[in-house]
Design a protein around this ligand. Structure first.
Ligand SMILES: [Zn+2]
Length: 93
């Protein structure tokens, strides 16, 4: 199955999933029923590092469905303590 894009003049873009090579040049809009022309877009070809694609998909998903959190993430391990001796000379509150 392939995702084909169509553009209704009134409602905008919508996608239709159909078998490859079976995209009609025009389809009726699912909202208003008007005839919509097919849009030709860049095919989604995945190349490169899968970790990069996971990050891209996560970013796109969080734009539409952000994760809901109840607080800051827990601090792992002990509290952060600097081992730099210059930090001991800094003024303390
Ligand atoms: Zn429409």
């Amino acid at each position: 199955m392939v995702t084909y894009s169509y553009r209704c003049r009134e409602c905008g873009d919508f996608d239709v999933r159909a078998p490859m090579g079976e995209a009609a040049p025009r389809r009726s809009c699912p909202r208003c029923g008007a005839s919509a022309a097919r849009r030709f877009t860049v095919p989604l070809v995945r190349r490169g590092d899968p970790a990069v694609w996971r990050a891209v998909e996560s970013t796109e998903r969080s734009a539409e469905q952000p994760d809901v959190v109840s607080g800051p993430p827990p601090v792992s391990g002990a509290a952060r303590v600097s081992r730099d001796p210059r930090h001991a000379r800094l003024p303390r509150p």
